[in-house]
Ligand binder design. Sequence first.
Ligand code: ASP
Ligand code: CP
Length: 311
Amino acid sequence: MRLPTRHLLGIENLHPRDISALLDLAESYALLNRSGKTRRDVLRGRTLINLFFEDSTRTRTSFELAGKRLGADVINMSVSTSSVSKGETLLDTAATLNAMNCDLLVVRHKASGAPALLAQKVDAAVINAGDGMHEHPTQALLDALTIRRHKGTLAGLTIAICGDIAHSRVARSNILLLIAMGSQVRVVGPPTLIPSGIEQFGVSVFHDMREGLRDADIVMALRLQTERMSGGMIPSAREFFTFYGLDAAKLAFARPDALVMHPGPMNRGVEIDSQVADDTTRSVIREQVEMGVAVRMAVLDVLARTALRNA
Ligand code: ASP
Ligand code: CP
């Protein structure tokens, strides 16, 4: 398969056909990973640079693993010890990496649109690893793969995304993907954390967890993105947990076979209770991380075919 663009900047530009094909390829990488085999020919001779201006555990590590499993030379740039601290701009940093003939540039940045800006300036294929409140496309793909593995499909499922919708790029990418694939998406949270007009994306809005979770197939809890809040959005973390924290009592309103998801990192006792997060009969949070590697392998593989010099 090939994508319509040489970069992966968001879910927004992907056709449902592209999403399905990426998920199919990721599924085959998930099986390969479980078998302990690799495919080092796919990115042999290619260079992947991880350029993370925001902290990350899962995304950066899984892009590193994915690149290495496909045979790329992988470099993790430590932004805090780079010349960014001497005043070098994002664009000059990217141009410098470009001059070293980097093929794949994985970028996380606090500014929405930063990866799209870079994509106009560099020859490398740019992958958005999370930009401000905008998008986190590989997260939405790994979430979709996890759901599809359990439910067989995305179409027709009722998916409740709970908590801080307003500041979450995970919510935005998931909404775009799930609506495109025919899911019924609900967003559940306090009015201060749900952007006005979000219904235009095709989602239904709930402010009460019992109503929002009723008969849901999937319940996704999101961390409060306090790093992007100017303050005063919730009275206190304790109160937030009382009304919106995912615990067994609230989960009981969802279908008995509903899956619990969380993109991580979790703040236990704030948006999710440990009992629910660690219940392996319901929670697929660990599997989401596993699927992250497979999805990123699929994305790198496809971009190598779509975009790279001499591919
Ligand atoms: N790790 C995800 C992100 O970077 C979600 C989160 O941080 O809460 O968007
Ligand atoms: N889910 C996610 O993006 O996790 P990290 O911030 O740890 O990469």
